[in-house]
Every structure is written in C-alpha cells, then in structure tokens.
Design a protein around this ligand. Structure first.
Ligand code: F6R
Ligand code: ZN
Length: 187
C-alpha cells in the first residue's frame, strides 16, 4: 500500500464519567416506532408511539472505513423502560460477515446481552459497568436494559462486519426479559 493511502492515527475522546463519545461524527437514532414487531406486546408499544414516540436508543460513531483490518467502534446508549412488562432492548442483528466477533464494554447501567446462533443455541451475559461481553463469531446479539438508568456500552467490531437485521427479525430471539413484581424474569 502506498503511504498516501495509509490512514492517519487519531484519538477520540470518551467521556467515561457520562459514558458518551465526545464530538461523535455520526449518530444513529432509533425511536419507539422503529421497534415495531420486536416486543411481545405490540399494543403496549403502539401506546408508547402515540404517546410521543420517544427515543429508544442511540449509537454514537466516529466511523472508519468499512474494510477488513479496520476496527469500527461506537457507543450504544439504550434508554431504560418497559413495553408492557418487557424491558427495553435493541433490535439485534447478526453481522453480515457472520464470522466476525464483537466486544461490548459496559460503561453504565444494568442489563443483558442476549445472543443466539442460527442453529438455535441461546446464551445471555450480564452487563454492568466494567463487564466486557465477548460476542463470538456467528452469534446474533441484542442488548437489554434491565435497570432504571441508560445502558451504555463501548462496542468494537471488524470494519466490514456489517449488520444483518433481516434474519434475526424472521427467527426472533428464543428468550425475552421482563420485569414482573419487581423481579427480572428471563423466559
Ligand atoms: C454493532 C453493534 C452495536 C449495535 C447497537 C444498536 O455491530 O452490535 O453497536 O449496532 O447496540 O443495536 P442494533 O444495531 O441491533 O439496532
Ligand atoms: Zn454487532
């Protein structure tokens, strides 16, 4: 590779106190209306949408080229709340290149990383500040906020991994997480 094509080293500020990226170049926002079809209680989600369609989660990025060898990184901020009695969660996805792993370092909040493979294996790991969850290749993944504050993670994955939302939307995750009688229930 010629020297002109080399990326220049750079630094990005991470505000660890507030669990935010400083001056992100890009921000992906998903509102309640973007979550249709994902929760058990569709009527409860509709009520949240008609009640103001609030922010559900946000991903802050300073993108790098979507190429093999690069490391994409972002901060994922999932709001706390319930749809009926089901805890707020992200859509979840496989990577388009399924043999790419991902690291989630939790910076704030409480929750789970829910994972499944296309042949039906399911696993979930606890998330809380200082826990690093390793999502191995081939595992679809979704974060779930079981707490009262935002669930925030710093994520790192291969630059060209891509996001495949379609397959997991069709399959669904085998387990859901609820808050019932003050207790977190996985079923
Ligand atoms: C990237 C990744 C996270 C999620 C983010 C939002 O590969 O896993 O940055 O993209 O938590 O979740 P989704 O993409 O499922 O809407
Ligand atoms: Zn991912």
């Amino acid at each position: 590779m010629s020297i002109e094509k080399l990326m220049q080293p750079f630094t990005v500020g991470i505000d660890l106190e507030n669990a935010r990226m400083k001056n992100p170049q890009k921000s992906l926002v998903r509102k309640a209306s973007d979550m249709k079809g994902h929760y058990k209680n569709a009527a409860a989600l509709d009520k949240i949408i008609t009640g103001g369609n609030p922010l559900h989660y946000e991903v802050q990025e300073t993108p790098v080229p979507e190429k093999y060898g690069e490391l994409m990184y972002c901060i994922s901020i999932l709001q706390p709340g319930l749809v009926g009695d089901e805890c707020f969660m992200t859509k979840g996805h496989y990577h388009t290149i399924p043999e790419t792993a991902e690291i989630y370092l939790c910076l704030k909040g409480e929750g789970f990383m829910m994972m499944k493979t296309s042949d039906g294996k399911c696993d979930y790991q606890k998330m809380s500040r200082g826990h690093m969850v390793y999502v191995p290749p081939y595992w679809a993944h979704r974060s779930i906020n079981t707490g009262k504050e935002e669930l925030v993670s710093f994520c790192v994955y291969q630059g060209d991994a891509g996001h495949n939302y379609g397959d997991i939307e069709t399959e669904g995750f085998p387990k859901r997480v609820f808050l019932r009688g003050g207790k977190i229930v996985v079923e």
